[in-house]
Design a binder for this molecule. Structure first.
Ligand code: NAD
Length: 392
């Protein structure tokens, strides 16, 4: 079929198989160009199909020749409809990895469940023996607790009072204003249940108990801090409380297992998760313009190459005062933040394309779903029903 983008708010409900493959291949080339020895060898990536998790998988496989097992929750093609982007990314990743002679298998299902943890452990036992790096990169709006069966929903809300700021209406390409009501009831606790560290700890307990965690292994989960203008909805909001819980979990995992667990604070990038956060897309558009002009702009893959090569397996982790790895360092440079703050109050719908890199934001967003990639013929009839190579 001929697949065109069908955008609904901050998601695109279609994805292009060849475009997703082209994007994965671009990232593979970047990881290969930064190839290094001394990195991870057998890697489990939980949340490996899009965004930071996918790029970590690519950086480990093609930058360090690592065997990778990926876990994700994606939609294969059903009744002739295109699969989700993460499905096509994973098909393309496995194809490229197998071509390069690298082990790559994937497990599609709910990572929060006991069943998927058990299936993952069985696969590690059968194929890899043990893993020496566990990457935890889930971004999910809900989680069902496997012990109680209760389902929790995460929300992106400020705490205490409502928050009004400028934002972007990506349907109309306009700068607008949003007001977000404060968290109420169990919002904070539920967001911590979904996006906090509990499930990461359950994974590490299960892996260790099954004997599939290599002695001296490493683990990393991701967080974000960002500028003060997003703090009410991010760092000081419900999601920020969940991220604090991830930091608690890192310390608990390190204390309990023979494994060094870290939180890496990553840069703001366009992903399916970040495009859903109010205020953030406008900030990202301005940030990209400033960082591109300065020559410090990075996307997921450059961030993850730097995280593995220079920090986790480099000479210096460069931890901050509370023990986190900071690959958001270039985003947070004072001159970059000042330049964003100078543009922020005056940007309008009329100056959106000149005062920010909104064009770059739009391009990145389309790329997430395999659209607007060079060298892909979007008028061509393509097969949408693709199987994961490891399942064939
Ligand atoms: P993303 O939406 O691109 O990826 C989420 C991944 O989680 C996908 O692989 C998806 O399949 C998987 N997933 C979701 N629910 C699942 C489930 N129930 N079972 C199995 N897999 C499931 O998100 P992202 O932006 O790459 O976020 C990953 C991490 O990086 C998050 O912790 C996020 O807070 C953090 N982070 C993101 C940014 C940013 O700007 N995007 C910045 C810093 C940190």
């Amino acid at each position: 079929m001929i697949v065109k983008p069908r955008i609904r708010g901050f998601v695109c409900i279609t994805a292009h198989p060849k475009g997703c493959e082209a994007k994965v291949r671009q990232e593979v080339e970047i990881a290969k160009a930064a190839k290094k020895s001394g990195g991870p060898k057998k890697v489990l990536v939980i949340g490996s199909s899009t965004g930071y998790g996918l790029s970590t998988r690519i950086a480990a496989a093609f930058g360090h020749d690592a065997a990778t097992l990926g876990v994700f929750f994606e939609r294969p093609s059903i009744k002739g409809k295109p699969a989700s982007a993460g499905w096509y990314n994973s098909v393309a990743f496995e194809k490229a990895a197998h071509e390069a002679g690298l082990y790559a298998k994937s497990i599609n299902g709910d990572a929060f469940s006991d069943e998927i943890k058990a299936q993952t452990i069985e696969t590690i036992k059968a194929d890899l023996g043990q893993v020496d790096l566990v990457v935890y990169s889930l971004a999910s709006p809900r989680r069902t607790d496997p012990k109680t069966g209760e389902t929790y929903k995460s929300v992106l809300k400020p705490i205490g009072e409502s928050f009004t700021n400028r934002s972007l209406d990506t349907d109309k390409n306009e700068v607008c204003e949003v007001t977000i009501a404060p968290a109420e009831g169990d919002d904070v606790e539920h967001t911590i249940k979904v996006m906090g560290g509990e499930d990461w700890e359950l994974w590490m307990d299960a892996l260790d108990q099954a004997g599939v965690l290599a002695p001296g292994a490493k683990s990393v989960a991701y967080s974000y801090i960002g500028p003060e203008l997003t703090w009410p909805v991010y760092t000081n909001g419900t999601i920020g409380q969940a991220k604090k819980d991830v930091e608690r979990a890192a310390a608990a995992i390190t204390a309990k297992h023979d494994c060094a667990a870290y939180v890496a604070v990553n840069k703001a990038v366009v992903t399916q998760a970040s495009s859903a956060i109010p205020v953030v897309p406008l900030y990202i558009s301005i940030l990209f313009k400033i960082m591109k002009a300065k020559g410090t702009h990075e996307d997921c893959i450059e961030q993850m190459v730097r995280l593995l090569n220079d920090r986790l397996y480099g000479d210096d982790l460069e931890l901050d005062d509370v023990g986190r790895i900071r690959v958001d360092d270039w985003e947070m440079e004072a001159d970059v933040q000042q330049a964003v703050a100078d543009i922020w109050p005056s940007i309008t719908s009329e100056t959106l394309f000149s005062e920010s890199d909104y064009a770059g934001y739009q391009e990145n967003f389309l790329n997430l779903f395999g659209f607007s990639l060079p060298g892909v013929d979007y008028d061509e009839d393509v097969e949408v029903d693709l199987e994961l190579p490891s399942a064939q």
